[in-house]
Ligand binder design. Sequence first.
Ligand SMILES: C[S@@+](CC[C@H](N)C(=O)[O-])C[C@H]1O[C@@H](n2cnc3c(N)ncnc32)[C@H](O)[C@@H]1O
Length: 277
Amino acid sequence: MTYPRAGETYLPPEYWSALHDAANDLGVAGYPTLPLVFNSHVYANSARGVLRGFAAAGVSVRDRAVLDVGSGTGFWVDLWRREGAANVAGSDLVPTAVERLRERFPGSDFAAADITEQAPFPDATFDLVTVMSVLHHIVDEQRFDRALSNLASQVSSGGVLAVLDPLVMRGRWMPAGGESAHNVVRTLARWEEASANAGLRIDAVIPTVAFLGDPVDAGSRSAFALHRFFWRGLTSSVRGRDRLASVVLPPLAALDRTALSRTRAGLSAKLIVLRRR
Ligand SMILES: C[S@@+](CC[C@H](N)C(=O)[O-])C[C@H]1O[C@@H](n2cnc3c(N)ncnc32)[C@H](O)[C@@H]1O
């Protein structure tokens, strides 16, 4: 499995169908080329960061009607259920993923829908709509705008749209055009513009990990380069080495949690909390 490099063709339905056909574990939606234990630790830190972000932004899951868009293998669906949501619906672009979600969560509704084309449940609204690690894979800007409008249409009055996505707040040090064709990293200014057009207001942007994630955001070119050096070294040394990953990841994950709680700064994905205007 390889990522489409910058400049190569990225066809989302084909790309995501191939991934879902190849496996049904956290790697499908996380880092498919890296050991499961690596993905487990990254997801665990991310979940902890998101729940802390929810607490800080006054977002509640308990007793809420929740929709998770781009559910993948269902990590967040499972978390929202365990956090006491009244009900959790979900959706994905890939029909195979949706069939598996229906089998895994028989009490929940799932729809196969491309969020850039349609709202998955056009006749319903939800207190909380989540879209986790999905929107940065919508690389076409017009489709991104349509996705935000479709998402906004699923949020009830007074409700929240919560997004997990890489977002540049401090400085963009990426090479022009990014490094792979299936990812785009947007600036806060672009997010603000697209949100306003969709009738949404950004309430909070909160880092969910300190350094345990793709290099995205840094206060200087050298800080970005250092993070990228670390991340490339880590990912290339654990690729195909489950035992090494299971030794290295626990202390790194603990360090990441400590760093995040001390500094509240993050070099990678952010939780973006949006409300309807
Ligand atoms: C990186 S995975 C994230 C999955 C899940 N949210 C998670 O964090 O574990 C991206 C998921 O979004 C789905 N997806 C990609 N483009 C989509 C679109 N336009 N509409 C709906 N789902 C999409 C993919 O099939 C895949 O399951």
